[in-house]
Write a protein that binds this ligand. Structure first.
Ligand code: SF4
Length: 360
């Protein structure tokens, strides 16, 4: 399609030769069934390979096929996702499995269009699954492949503009070979992960160096460009670690990025003087009789889109009895928290609240 002077050349042959030589032995590349590909592509959204590997193994051991996942309780799926972040993916993956059983006889559909109709599947995942699992001529544009394409093509427009993304997707798609479409996609991802890295790309080891416009122009490190990011909003909350001495009270979240996970009750912070009363109020709203409220410190957690600081209070429960559990409220011992779906942020708050850490 292009070369360093802006002319045309095919990148698939040298890229596939390089991929055959250096590709990593990843769990989802062994026995790459459509189901395993689907699970891995959900997990790999916004998440690096090294983080995903142990989660993938545990998930496949518990849910070895679509039918098992479709029949699972949401809590169990979210629990196996604990710590992986972006919890909507877990809920959507389970819902996608249920739709595949209901509408496709339990077989992952092969076309990009049918895949995109499933819950939680956007253009990237649909293209990746269609190409990798079914060798369809599709192109998956993610952070890695976009960076490679932007550099190869010397693209100077910001890549977070929809028009730039569409142009790069078109260029990528035009390069997908008739055979080995799945390997081509994985090779582009691999090149972005191993060689054409965000900082210090290793152009001297790149199989596409001769066709790369950014390298020829000495622009490899400064591409791709992005528009300046708006600052992350800072969010301050008060958290109540309500405890009877052995267990803590957790509630299910219903909104936001962490919806479906379990966490300590929290409320918007209204200033230092009102925090103890807020923590007490959280406990009383849960039906607990309060024996004492103690400040434990602050927990900060930086999410992709917000920077959260929780002022944490331990609220000791009167021995006359804690509130009864309900569908959205449970008493758990800190060591048993791993059996529920809990975020890394929730783990940090419980650890500080009970005065120690605990196993995942
Ligand atoms: Fe990336 Fe360098 Fe290869 Fe160009 S030559 S694709 S900048 S690693």
């Amino acid at each position: 399609m292009w070369n360093a002077k802006g002319g045309s050349t095919a990148i698939a042959p040298p890229l596939l030769r390089w991929y055959d030589r250096v590709k990593r032995d990843l769990p989802w590349r062994r026995d790459p069934s459509p189901y395993r590909t689907l699970v891995s592509e959900f997990m790999l959204q916004q998440t690096v390979v090294a983080t995903v590997e142990p989660y993938f193994a545990r998930f496949l051991a518990r849910f070895p096929d679509i039918a098992t996942l479709a029949a699972a309780a949401e809590d169990e799926v979210t629990a196996l996702w604990s710590g992986l972040g972006y919890y909507a993916r877990a809920r959507n993956l389970r819902r996608a499995a249920a739709a595949i059983v209901a509408d496709h006889g339990g077989a992952v559909p092969a076309s990009e269009a049918a895949l995109r109709a499933l819950p939680g599947i956007g253009p990237y995942t649909a293209a990746a699954v269609a190409a990798i699992a079914f060798d369809a001529r599709a192109f998956a544009l993610d952070g890695n492949t976009m960076r490679v394409l932007a550099r190869l093509n010397g693209e100077r427009r910001p890549v977070d503009l929809p028009a730039t993304r569409a142009a790069l997707h078109g260029r990528g798609l035009a390069e997908v070979p008739r055979r080995r479409a799945g390997d081509f996609n994985q090779a582009m991802m691999e090149l972005g992960a191993l060689v054409c890295t965000p900082r210090s790309p290793r152009c001297e080891a790149c199989p596409l160096a001769g066709a790369c416009r950014a390298r020829a122009d000495g622009q490899a490190e400064s591409l791709p460009r992005k528009r300046p990011r708006p600052e992350r909003p800072v969010v301050r909350v008060v958290c109540a670690c309500i405890t009877d001495g052995a267990r803590v009270l957790v509630v299910r979240r219903h909104a936001g990025l962490l919806a479906g996970t379990w966490a300590l009750p929290e409320a918007a912070d209204r200033g230092a003087r009102r925090r103890p009363a807020l923590a007490r109020g959280l406990a009383e709203a849960a039906g607990v009789r309060v024996a004492g409220v103690v400040y434990r410190g602050a927990v900060r957690h930086v999410f992709t889109h917000r920077d959260v600081t929780a002022e944490l209070f331990r609220v000791d429960v009167d021995a006359r009895g804690p509130a009864a559990p309900s569908g959205d409220r449970r008493w758990v011992s800190p060591s048993a928290l791993g059996a529920l779906g809990v975020s890394t942020f929730a783990r940090k708050t419980v650890a500080l609240g009970v005065g120690g850490s605990f196993e995942k």
